[in-house]
Design a binder for this molecule. Sequence first.
Ligand SMILES: *Cc1c(COP(=O)(O)O)cnc(C)c1O
Length: 330
Amino acid sequence: MIDLRSDTLTRPTPAMRRAMAEAEVGDDVYGEDPTVRALEERLAALFGKEAALFTPTGSMANVLAVRTLVGPGQEVLCEARAHIARAELGAHAAYTGLTMRTWRDPRGGVDLPVVREMFAPDMGPFFVPTTAISVENTHNFAGGAVTPLAHLQALKEYAGSVGAGVHLDGARIWNAHVATGVPLADWGACADVLAVCLSKGLGAPVGSAVVGTADAVAESRIWRKRMGGGMRQVGILAAAGLHALEHHVDRLADDHAHARLLAEAAGGDPDTVDTNIVVVEREDAAAYVAAAREQGVLIAPVGPTTVRLVTHLDVDRAGAERAAAVLARL
Ligand SMILES: *Cc1c(COP(=O)(O)O)cnc(C)c1O
């Protein structure tokens, strides 16, 4: 089976498992796990921020990150198909007590004139105040689309001018970095706080992080514990993240090439494929998925007429070519 359902399906490589087995560990709730500390320092440096916090999931990282900017009864603005709005099961409302309003952009990007119109200043006891704007790069449900750096720079400047914070859901910021060549620190400069995932295309079995100011990270450390996310000898997982940062970033370019190949085979336009996610429309998504499965290719329906294919570390060139042949036949 060639599994293209998601880039979360990767399994740790033998070299990653060795790094995990050999990791030096300590109790991270005491701040004494040297491997976790090394990972957090490395992530902070990569994005040009003061500090970072290792979390078990990207969803937890997003909840922690957004709540450094938005309190109970305040709002965050985001794109309508954002992961924080659709795929975190209302965690931001359930834990933080914030509200969300959304704009819609076909590529999951930032529509600055619309954001300006939506922004609500603090007017006392009349309206919900906007205290943050959230962006997702690359955008998952918009098919791995990259929002250009200039758009995020303009958003950051605008947000600063009205006193709002910017949260970047960078679960796949690595893909945006490799697809554009824009340094991670430049993406980091567009946000006050980021959430990044090590467990997607980078291939770690577990792990994400909040990256931001020392204050935001200190506050997130308290809330992580409060949510039950204080972990002990977790250097064994952080070691996988460090290994991934060392060995699995540049190779994302292969995933992007494979995604274009699959888009072309499925009759789509490869020029709409920015990174490692391909979204195709089919009359009957479930039937298409079943037919592909019969020929050894697993893909995911994400709507009645929409299927999603995701390339990753566990699908090599030969696998991508075999899957492309199946899609072309279908
Ligand atoms: C996967 C993902 C996350 C985090 O997901 P977890 O499964 O909680 O690690 C956050 N944002 C986006 C855009 C994602 O694709």
